[in-house]
Design a protein around this ligand. Structure first.
Ligand code: COI
Length: 356
């Protein structure tokens, strides 16, 4: 049951709730919001440190109409996942990486941020409080969405006087409606996602609102999503609305280098390390549209999308298909290696898994 918005402090979630699975259709999870039992909240004033976070019953939050987040977009989000293993244990994937990225983003957006330890402890507490919403093994994962926002009231343009760190969770399956089938992307040539010196390299909420127009237009034409180009030369790949992009040519895997306009994805970084450990050559550098269209395989990476094979790219009316509309072998191999690790099915030689 979900409460209507009035939150109250809980010492520990009722154990009978945590011990059984929620009564939902676990076989048909997509990537839609589903309210769960508890959320985590922690506040602090500008110039102070976060402290005294607590679990609250999940519900609406109250904000001043003048809150910094509502008026000036002073906000960041994160995304990570918890998996349920066959032995019942719960696994998180590199949560300290999300904590560190949030800290970097907070610095860019003039916000205080929780410490890495506070972030990881808060994530663990929220996941455990919502244990019954973690899908059974093989059915999906619990998506964890931390938010950091200027919640205090401002009128003139300035950092907000108060900040809220909040975490909610929702069970999810595949991100794209295509499921695990290849997605079809269109290269966007008019609109850009980020500019040098801007905020493209941090996970600020505004970066995601900015892509909705191009994404909606692409979806209306039947594409899965949009691939953005750099805004200066308009010929080098940046990223897709919600994920990073990789190309494969023989034994070489290439992805656009991190240079302030591309989100430093944790799945991106992990896939680079997994690929190197499997004997691939990996380069982080500029990738031109010509090189993209000439690739053997293309795939996207992200927490939400995991590793998504790309079946086709359309650029200025020309459509190029990859892997005979099938899933490329390299994409498949990297997807399996990463998800086996995340689900606890293979040995964690990298030390990336946090077991709850
Ligand atoms: C994620 O992959 O976790 C993201 O934050 C992307 C979001 C647009 C779903």
């Amino acid at each position: 049951a979900i409460n209507s918005g009035n939150s109250f402090r809980v010492a520990s979630p009722a154990s009978d709730v945590a011990s059984e699975l929620a009564d939902i259709d676990w076989d048909n999870l997509g990537f839609g919001f589903m309210p769960t039992d508890y959320m985590y909240s922690m506040k602090c004033s500008q110039g102070e440190n976060f402290s005294k976070g607590e679990l609250q019953r999940f519900g609406n939050i109250e904000l001043s109409p003048s809150a910094g987040i509502l008026n000036y977009g002073q906000g960041l989000f994160e995304g990570l996942k918890a998996y349920r293993k066959h032995d019942g244990n719960i696994l998180l994937f590199r949560p300290e990486e999300n904590a560190t990225r949030l800290k970097m983003g907070a610095e860019r957006m003039c916000m205080p941020s929780p410490s890495v330890e506070q972030f990881v402890e808060a994530v663990k507490a929220t996941v455990l409080a919502n244990e019954r919403w973690i899908p059974p093994p093989g059915k999906g994962s619990l998506y964890i969405r931390p938010l950091l926002m200027g919640s205090g009231a401002v009128l003139g343009l300035a950092p907000a006087p108060e900040y809220t760190f909040l975490i909610y969770v929702s069970p999810v399956g595949n991100y794209f409606k295509e499921g695990l089938a290849p997605i079809n992307l269109v290269v966007e040539t008019e609109m850009h996602r980020a500019t040098p010196g801007g905020t493209g390299g941090v996970k600020t909420i505004g970066n995601y609102a900015a892509v909705l127009k191009a994404q909606s237009a692409a979806k209306a034409k039947g594409y899965s999503d949009v691939l953005y180009l750099d805004c200066v030369q308009k010929k080098y790949l940046e990223e897709v609305s919600s994920c990073n992009v990789f190309i494969v040519k023989g034994n070489l895997i290439v992805t656009p280098a991190i240079k302030g306009t591309i989100l430093p994805g944790i799945t991106r970084k992990s896939i680079i390390d997994v690929a190197i450990s499997q004997g691939f050559e990996v380069e982080e550098r500029q990738v031109s549209v010509d090189e993209l269209l000439d690739a053997d395989e293309v795939f996207c990476t992200g927490t939400a999308v995991v590793v998504s094979p790309v079946g086709s790219i359309t650029h200025q009316g020309r459509r190029v298909t990859y892997g005979n509309d099938g899933v490329g072998l390299v994409s498949q191999q990297l997807y399996s290696a990463l998800t086996s690790l995340q689900m606890g099915l293979s040995e964690d030689k990298m030390g990336w898994i946090v077991e709850l």
